[in-house]
Design a protein around this ligand. Structure first.
Ligand code: CP
Length: 325
């Protein structure tokens, strides 16, 4: 077993999930971005490139005896359906609850721990989106099979989104030396939070967190960046950085959460000439007013390709987990 795979293994002890070597070298659960080392990311991205070819030829039957359960307590279009498409393309089968708060026994008061113990007996991997921060971690603590966090609450994490975001950037340019503007409602931005952790793994990265001051990135992420020597700035004015960065990562801002003008943080066709010629414009989607449809035709707008990459990255991740467990 290679060192980097060992290093990314997650163990759960005393209620904490820790990234540390495990004797059998298995990658167990995917709960937060910090688990991933650079070599493991590269292994995942190599596999994702391979999955692009697998999908182009219609898929594989390699995982036909494996079952994935998707347990979504909160709405999703991309994450649930791309995980399910991923398992189908790998030849596997699916058990799915898309509205688990109403259509699982939670409605009768069942705790997520009991639900997971049961579903873990029916499946080989569980993908969960929980409405509480830490919901996926609670699931992982009792699960007999790997658990993947598909987004927990608003201020938690969405690690597989960050993996596909980073893969989309990686397909275009080197990750070392990147400057990235992460824009939006960052205090509750689980995709932004997970991406910041991943970007921190690379050399000479600069992150500009662009947000109204009351919605800025929370101290846990900023402390992590400080500890890892990552350059970042908190910036309330998008215009000061939009022309400087290699990647514009736009996320939502809900009007009811700020007293300021949302237009200050919106990307539209008027802003495009101010950006670098080769900037990458990303958004985890869904979008509303913060990203105008007039941007879609610009060749630098990659968000639909980004969503497509979710299929390849999630296929790659499933193979990593199912193979090593
Ligand atoms: N980006 C993302 O998580 O989208 P969904 O909410 O549609 O899954």
């Amino acid at each position: 077993m290679e060192e980097h795979v060992l290093a990314a293994v997650v163990q759960i002890r005393s209620g904490r999930i820790e990234a540390r070597p495990k004797r059998d070298g298995k990658l167990r659960h995917v709960i937060e971005s910090q688990q991933f080392t650079v070599p493991l990311l590269m292994e995942l991205f190599d596999r994702a490139r391979g999955m692009e070819r697998v999908v182009a030829r219609g898929g594989s039957l390699e995982y036909q005896n494996r079952i994935m359960a998707t347990l979504f307590y909160a709405p999703s279009t991309r994450t649930r359906l791309s995980f399910e498409a991923a398992m189908h393309r790998l030849g596997g089968r699916i058990l799915s609850t898309e509205h688990a708060q109403a259509f699982s026994s939670e409605i009768d008061g069942e705790q997520v721990e009991d639900t997971i113990r049961i579903i873990g007996g029916y499946s080989d991997v569980i993908v969960i989106r929980h409405y509480q921060e830490g919901g996926a971690k609670r699931a992982a603590q009792v699960s007999p099979v790997p658990v993947i966090n598909a987004g927990d609450s608003e201020g938690g994490q969405h690690p597989t989104q960050a993996l596909l975001d980073l893969y989309t950037i990686y397909r275009e340019r080197p990750l070392d030396g990147l400057s990235v503007a992460i824009i939006g409602e960052l205090d509750k931005g689980r995709t932004a939070r997970s991406l910041a952790y991943l970007l921190a793994k690379f050399e000479r990265v600069k992150i500009f967190f662009v947000s109204p001051p009351e919605l800025q990135m929370k101290p846990d992420i900023l402390s992590y960046l400080d500890e890892h020597g990552v350059h970042y700035e908190l910036e309330p004015d998008m215009n000061r950085v939009i022309g400087e960065v290699d990647v514009v990562y736009q996320t939502r801002i809900r009007p009811e959460r700020t007293s300021g003008s949302l237009q200050q943080y919106a990307i539209n066709s008027a802003l495009l000439p101010k950006m670098k010629q080769d900037v990458l414009i990303l958004h985890p989607l869904p979008r509303t007013v913060e990203l105008d449809q007039s941007v879609d035709q610009d060749p630098r707008a990659l968000y639909f390709r980004q969503a497509q990459n979710g299929l390849y990255v999630r296929m790659a991740l499933l193979t990593l987990l199912l193979e090593k467990n």
